[in-house]
Structure formats: C-alpha cells, structure tokens
Ligand binder design. Structure first.
Ligand code: ZN
Length: 281
C-alpha cells in the first residue's frame, strides 16, 4: 500500500470550479481549504487582471503550479499562425507575472478543413520552437500536455508522452528544463508505455501532474471526468512512478464535469478533493 500523499502538494486546477466561482473566489477558496497550489485558466485571469491576481495569489501564500493554457499552434494560414505565436508570448508573460511553475501547452489539432495530420504536427513543433526562447528568458518552462487521442482533431495532435518527449528531445536537446511535459492521468493512463516514458522524462522534464479519474461509462468526451477514486485509474501507482522518476511537484486536480461536480457547491467540491487526495491518490 502506498503511503498517502503530502496534503501540502494538492493543487486546484480552477477548471474544477469554473462554473460557479471567479478567480478571486478560487484563490480565497484554496486558502480557506488549505490547498497550497492553484492553476488558473486565462479567461478568468483576464477577467481579474494579472497584477491583481498575482497580488492575491502571493497574499494567500499560494504556489501557481501552472497557467492554462498556451498552445493551439496549427492554423490555416501564416497570419493565423503568427497570431497564435503572439498569443503564446503573452501567455508566457502572464505566467511569469504569476511566477507559475510552467505554462501548460495544449498544442492544437487540425486546422479547419484540413486532413493533414503530419502537417499539423509540424506546425506544433515549429510553434513551440518559435516561443521557446521567449519562455527561457522569462523563466517559464513550457509543459507540453499530451491529450487523449479522442481530442486529436480539435484540441491536441500530441497524444502520447512518447510523442511529447520526442518534441522535447528535438527542441531542447540538452534537457535544460525549459521544455517538458504535463502528465495528466486522464489523458495518458491507458498508455502501455506510460511507466517507461515517465522514467524517460525524468525530473527535469516532469513539470506537472494532473489528476482526476476515468469514469465507466464516460458520457461526454470533454466534460465527464471523475473525482479521484470514482473511476478506473490507479492513481497511487501513477504517483509512485512520478516520484520514482524524481517528480516532487504538486498534484493538480483538474475535473471538467458538467453533469456533476460543476453543479455542486464549490466548497463541497474542495472538501471532497482534499479528502480524495488522501484516500485515492
Ligand atoms: Zn490537464
């Protein structure tokens, strides 16, 4: 039996309570429930203002475990690709202002009307390559988040940890730590190579660990994610693999759940997150 995780390593990905709370409420909610990490999304961040958010995060002693999200690189024409690059640079600056541990990259899928998957993947590689220097000088590591293959067309054409790490090898050859991966249990739990790829990533490239659970059956491709312990993912085993590979960072709860958790009182959700972190992770 795995020992329970350090409760101070729990982080809230704010998508978990996005329907009922604004960012200020999320920050204060974390403080109230003694959740030490937070990972905001940019829409809520823009609503509150980056400076104000940074002040509130610091004032409550929270660690920003990631900013969600940059990426979305593939686009139909040069102008739109350039706009994506510019947007990623702004996201890097926001992440720096928040002293975020990383900027999470959901890299993007096929441009509208396209069937050129290798082309989209090349645009992702080129896009990350274009913003990497900016990220380096801002001191913000970029975390490529492989998404489950069911999102390949519309959200991310990087779908396995191996694929994400190949990009890291190509773009950041010496493993400086400027480029790494976000391991989201929901997206990678099924991968037969998961353990070896976590080992391959190692301490320098393991930038974030996102947790929730895979429900059986899953009734919505995007917003039917489960609370830890309610599904089929062996989260303690995955955490063990992360720790054995040198990961010492936070465990970020990210639950998109339109039918269940989004409807509940966010204070109840956070209480449940804290409890399940101890019993199911
Ligand atoms: Zn995630």
């Amino acid at each position: 039996m795995t020992h329970p995780p350090d409760p101070d390593l729990l982080s809230l990905n704010t998508a978990t309570v996005r329907e009922k709370w604004n960012l200020r409420q999320m920050i204060e909610g974390c403080a109230r429930h003694r959740i030490r990490g937070i990972s905001p999304w940019r829409d809520k961040l823009a609503e509150m203002g980056v400076k104000e958010a940074a002040r509130a995060v610091r004032g409550n002693g929270l660690t920003v475990t990631g900013l969600c999200r940059g990426g979305m690189f593939p686009a139909a024409d040069r102008k739109a690709r350039k706009a994506a690059i510019d947007d990623n640079r702004r996201a890097i600056d926001d992440a720096a202002a928040l002293e975020a541990r990383c900027l999470v990259l959901v890299v993007g899928g096929l441009p509208p009307g396209s069937k050129d998957l290798p082309g989209a993947r090349a645009m992702v590689r080129d896009g990350i390559g274009e913003v990497l220097d900016h990220a380096r000088s801002a001191g913000v590591p970029l975390a490529i988040e492989p998404l489950h293959p069911m999102y390949c067309a519309d959200r991310a054409c990087v779908n396995t940890l191996a694929q994400a790490l190949d990009l890291c090898d190509e773009l950041d050859r010496n493993g400086s730590g400027a480029l790494g991966v976000a391991v989201d249990a929901y997206h990678v739990w099924w991968d037969p190579l998961l353990k070896t790829q976590i080992e391959r990533a190692g301490e320098k490239r393991l930038l974030a660990f996102h947790i929730c659970d895979w429900l059986v059956p899953t009734t919505d491709l995007l917003t039917d994610r489960g609370m830890m312990g309610d599904g089929v993912i062996d989260l303690p085993l995955m955490r063990t693999w992360m720790e054995e590979a040198g990961y010492r960072g936070f465990h970020e709860v990210e639950i998109l759940s339109s039918g269940n958790w989004w409807r509940r009182d966010p204070d109840e959700v956070l209480v449940t997150c804290r409890m399940r972190h101890q019993t199911a992770c």
